[in-house]
Write a protein that binds this ligand. Structure first.
Ligand SMILES: Nc1nc2c(ncn2[C@@H]2O[C@H](COP(=O)(O)OP(=O)(O)O)[C@@H](O)[C@H]2O)c(=O)[nH]1
Ligand SMILES: [Mg+2]
Length: 366
């Protein structure tokens, strides 16, 4: 930066000269009145203005800083506005933990409940009481919240089984109507059959919906898989007996409303056989959180061992998954992210699941 001193009778005049000579990018560094010489007390009052033209790189860095600052401010205002739309609790949370604005807004926007988001921020804030620097505080808060998310999340690659056990693994999929049980079974059997080279058998015990068996059978025919219907527990036993040489047997069940307990009990009775059957709960993230909780409660009679979340492609609020997993305490085995069979299925690890929850999920497959 080249500095230069401009002298004039007044500051305005000096600035006009500076503009003329250095242009409008010139920066004023200092102004001062020039003291009169003792031997010339009647001389005109003069001013000295020091100015400089900043180097191009200085201007760029300065502008970049400003743009970055403005962007941050706008993001923070947006976050504040989105938090203002939530309950009083969230507004108090921001007042008490100013540094939480960004993280809190991101969690709420992703669909994590106010209770869980608030709880995680509170806990993470408690751990960074002695961090002073505001940027370090935000970083440490974000880290603390992510750590808690990972702590709440559970995943299990359930269907990658050891095939040398001699008996097929039998897995049934239960859940409300239309959540995507049949489609998920079709996707999963294709992946296990063609990628893992496993021998797969399919059984449908969905005797309620017209065409339910045909839907599964159609997928099975394309893949060249054995697929049979079962209308009673005796049927199911003999179907499982027929499939003894398989590595895995997947059972498709009828979807019933979570409020229709007698129908749910009927499936439970039908599944009473001498065979060990693991059950997997299927929930669609397009449902309200309370509906998912009701469904999880109604289908808990099956003692599911994992949960499958479907239709994540239809919502931007996958944060609900975090609330559900924490509530029902089951590991996530599969995520369905579209209607395409077999492509739209993931076997997520914790990190991938966290990315999905925070809205960074991609169409990664098996
Ligand atoms: N967008 C989307 N649609 C899905 C997904 N999984 C299933 N579906 C659709 O949801 C509808 C019901 O699926 P279906 O498997 O018959 O549900 P079921 O009654 O639980 O067996 C069908 O139109 C499927 O194509 C998914 O992950 N994303
Ligand atoms: Mg079905």
């Amino acid at each position: 930066m080249n500095r230069k001193i401009f002298k004039a009778e007044n500051i305005q005049l000096a600035i006009a000269t500076i503009k003329e000579e250095l242009g409008s990018d010139a920066m004023i560094l200092s102004t001062r009145k020039i003291p009169k010489k003792p031997l010339d007390p009647y001389a005109k009052t003069m001013f000295a203005v020091e100015a400089a033209l900043p180097e191009k790189s200085d201007v760029k860095i300065g502008k970049d800083h400003m743009i970055h600052g403005i962007k941050n401010d706008i993001a923070e205002i947006k976050d504040m506005i989105s938090i203002a739309g939530f309950g009083n609790g969230m507004r108090h949370m921001v007042c008490n933990h100013v540094e939480s604005v960004g993280v809190l807004a991101a969690l709420l926007r992703a669909g994590v409940s106010e209770t869980l988001a608030g709880d995680m921020i509170q806990k993470a804030s408690g751990l960074m009481a002695d961090v002073r620097d505001p940027d370090a505080k935000i970083k440490s808060l974000r880290k603390g919240v992510m750590r808690q998310c990972l702590h709440h999340l559970m995943t299990q690659d359930f269907f990658d089984r050891d095939r040398r056990s001699g008996v097929p693994h039998v897995a049934a999929f239960v859940g409300p109507t239309g959540v995507g049980k049949t489609t998920t079974i079709a996707k999963l059997s294709a992946l296990l059959r063609f990628q893992k080279k496993m021998k797969i058998g399919l059984i449908s015990i969905d005797n309620y919906r017209v065409g339910a068996f045909e839907q599964l059978k159609a997928y099975a025919s394309i893949m060249g898989l054995l697929c049979v219907p079962a209308f009673s527990s005796q049927d199911l036993s003999s179907a499982l007996d027929r499939m003894k040489s398989m590595d895995m047997v997947l059972i498709d069940t009828a979807g019933h409303s979570q409020f229709d307990k007698p129908k749910i009990d009927e499936i439970l009775q039908l599944m009473r056989t001498d065979f060990k059957i693991s059950t997997h709960l299927v929930l669609s993230v397009t449902s309200e959180s309370t509906i998912m909780k009701d469904a999880a409660a109604a289908f808990s009679v099956f003692n599911p061992v994992t949960v499958v979340f479907t239709k994540i492609d239809e919502t931007k609020r996958c944060g609900k998954i975090l609330d559900q997993v924490k509530h029902i305490q089951l590991p996530v085995s599969l995520i369905a992210n579209g209607q395409r069979v077999p492509e739209d299925l993931m076997v997520p690890d914790k990190r991938q699941l966290l990315n999905i929850i925070l809205g960074k999920g991609s169409k990664e497959t098996y």
